[in-house]
Design a protein around this ligand. Structure first.
Ligand SMILES: [Zn+2]
Length: 293
């Protein structure tokens, strides 16, 4: 099994779902493409795990995005996961404030947490927004589910230099056959240490915790780094800037150079390319996140 994977377990009588996510090469790839201070690298790792955990509840083709906007050391943090396990993430931050920040609440001060579920076809986008509360990302996410979806949820997250992992348990709507099930699951969750979460295979951990419960284990799904940016998407962003802006960039720099903020891929457009962008049809599509230099 890949070291980047997602595993689901349903506790049928307790009416609780459990999800475990492990990130290994995905975490390394995101950190290779963007340089982040250690504390922010940890937060980004946790956010990627949360995006993966939340993607497990989506039953259509599309993407789950976690976005954190704050006025502390972090300005913007984004992590998203597609239904087939493609993950990417980025963070914008104030380097000086980041050096001085102590702990989650100073890093993400005054923050707002947004969760977006976006079907890839014509389906309706769904978005939940809550103030960022709690002393950790795990508490903030549990608070989000309590407030926004009224689903009691507990989350455990663990990150080291190279890996990230998470465990989410959530009481599902409807009555449980076993009405003490949720409390028992919460007590079992408290026995898991961060080190154990990182180092233990998800199936082994779920067995260790819940082998006495009536349970249904689903096959593990692989996770991977994936950014859907392309030259065509960047071209659409550039066209949105308008002829005047593009002409002035070409005049001062000889070309337009763009980098994707998620994966750091560089795209270059010479004057002829720019003229084509302004005067030809480009297919419509959403999701554009690029920075023009
Ligand atoms: Zn990209």
């Amino acid at each position: 099994m890949s070291d980047d994977h997602l595993q689901r377990l349903l506790l049928e009588q307790a009416n609780v779902r459990c999800v475990v996510a492990h990130l290994d090469s995905v975490q390394a790839e995101v950190l290779r493409r963007g340089r982040y201070p250690d504390a922010l690298a940890r937060l980004l790792g946790e956010s990627l795990v949360v995006a993966a955990l939340c993607s497990s509840g989506v039953k259509f083709e599309g993407r789950v995005s976690l976005q954190l906007r704050a006025s502390g050391a972090v300005k913007l943090l984004m992590a998203d996961c597609t239904d087939d396990g493609g993950l990417r993430g980025l963070a914008r931050f104030d380097p000086d404030a980041m050096l001085a920040a102590r702990g989650f609440s100073e890093i993400a001060q005054g923050g707002v947490l947004t969760m977006t579920v976006e079907p890839s076809g014509n389906g309706r986008m769904w978005q939940g927004i809550v103030p960022l509360e709690g002393n950790s990302m795990a508490e903030a996410i549990a608070g989000y589910f309590d407030q926004s979806e009224q689903l009691p949820t507990r989350v455990l997250l663990a990150v080291d230099e190279t890996r990230a992992a998470g465990l989410l348990v959530q009481r599902l709507p409807g009555t449980a056959e076993d009405d003490d099930g949720w409390n028992r699951v919460c007590r079992l969750l408290e026995t898991v240490e961060e080190k154990e979460l990182l180092a233990t295979d998800s199936e082994t951990l779920l067995h260790r915790l819940f082998h006495e419960e009536t349970r249904r284990l689903f096959p593990a799904r692989p996770l991977r780094f994936f950014c859907p940016c392309s030259r065509e998407r960047v071209a659409r962003v550039l066209r949105g800037l308008g002829a005047e802006e593009l002409d002035s960039i070409v005049e001062s720099q000889g070309e337009v150079e763009v980098s994707c903020e998620f994966c750091n891929e560089q795209y270059r457009f010479d004057p002829l390319d720019v003229s084509r962008i302004l005067h030809s049809d480009l297919p419509e599509d959403g999701d554009d996140n690029a920075t023009v230099h």
